[in-house]
Design a protein around this ligand. Structure first.
Ligand SMILES: Nc1ncnc2c1ncn2[C@@H]1O[C@H](COP(=O)(O)OP(=O)(O)OP(=O)(O)O)[C@@H](O)[C@H]1O
Length: 316
């Protein structure tokens, strides 16, 4: 059974289509990435999953329950890490967890959850005084209360240090291996690649693609580069004459070839290997950055990023 089953979902604000005719199905135990640039419709979709806003048309089932007919039943079984949870009340870290446990009528041990997210030593401090990353850890612990069947994480790694990101990834994987479905909205492409089984890419309220990252790469058009380390200087091999090869550079024994699309790379390897010994293939696959840019046309301003760090920001 699908954990999330969305059919024909549309949300308009006046004449503006924030989400348009969305069909999406997320299976039990999947770690599913929900990607898209600013204004793509991700939060609007999540808000409809939780019935915080009503669809204009379409249908959503979460864990077999109609999300609009019975939102309380959905929310009981879902753990949510919203973007930018505000810890404004004068409560200790543990007290926030106590509150989350009580409101779900659950029987979790708050200290166990704090330990899990690396906050055991900070349980008796005011959550408002926590750093941004510590607040994110606390919000994550609150989402884990009552062992939810579905975790909805909005930009979960915001503010986390590398250790926090690693810790969160491990918890996410453990949860998924226990059957929890994880629906993960993010702009951080490397993060998504590290944990997600499949991704959906949204743009302007419409679904552009749903696939594994590997699948997206395979189907991606656009240039690809391959670098071969050869036993002898790879000059005059006729690589430039191959169909689909657009650029060839030779530096000492290293041959770098740019192709019109990734499928040409195999022809390059076969051609070179028949003429000289290839010691290593340093294949540079299509970067996540160009994959994302291909699918969404870059950021909201249409610009594309110049490096991987910037690329993760393009999606913001
Ligand atoms: N209440 C509202 N009234 C009018 N327009 C809205 C409302 N809520 C969202 N929108 C519009 O719907 C579009 C989608 O917004 P949404 O917040 O879902 O995007 P998003 O993909 O979550 O973006 P981000 O990555 O910036 O969080 C945006 O153009 C936004 O301005």
């Amino acid at each position: 059974m699908a954990t999330i089953d969305i059919t024909g979902l549309t949300k308009t604000f006046g004449d503006f289509h924030a989400v348009e005719d969305l069909d999406l199905s997320v299976q039990e135990g999947e770690i599913f990435g929900f990607l898209g640039p600013n204004g793509a419709g991700k939060s609007t979709t999540i808000n409809m999953l939780l019935d915080f806003i009503r669809p204009t048309s379409g249908h959503i089932e979460v864990l077999g329950v109609d999300a609009q007919e019975n939102p309380a039943a959905v929310r009981r079984r879902v753990g949510v890490l919203p973007e930018g949870f505000g810890f404004e009340d004068p409560l200790l870290g543990r007290e926030y967890l106590d509150w989350a446990i009580e409101s779900k009528n659950a029987d979790d041990d708050p200290d166990e959850l704090l330990e899990l997210v690396g906050l055991a030593g900070d349980a008796d401090r005011m959550a408002a005084d926590y750093s941004k990353g510590m607040q994110q850890r606390l919000a994550f612990a609150m989402a884990l209360v009552d062992d939810p069947d579905l975790l909805i994480l909005d930009e979960p790694s915001t503010g986390l240090d590398p250790n926090g990101i690693q810790n969160m990834r491990e918890i996410i994987r453990e949860q998924a291996s226990d059957g929890t479905t994880v629906f993960f909205s993010s702009h951080h492409l490397a993060e998504v690649e590290a944990v997600c089984d499949r991704v959906a890419v949204m743009k302007g309220g419409r679904l552009e693609a749903v696939d594994t990252i590997e699948g997206l790469r395979e189907n991606a058009g656009g240039p690809a580069t391959i670098t071969l380390d050869c036993a002898t200087p790879p000059t005059e091999l006729g690589v430039a004459d191959l169909d689909g090869v657009t650029d060839v550079t030779v530096e000492d024994r290293t041959l770098t070839v740019t192709c019109t699309d990734p499928s040409v790379k195999a022809d390059v390897v076969t051609h070179v290997a028949a003429r000289t010994q290839v010691r290593d293939v340093l294949s540079e696959s299509v970067s996540l950055e160009s994959l994302f840019n291909d699918l969404t046309g870059g950021g909201r301003d249409g610009s594309t990023a110049g490096n991987e760090e910037a690329a993760t920001e393009v999606a913001r």
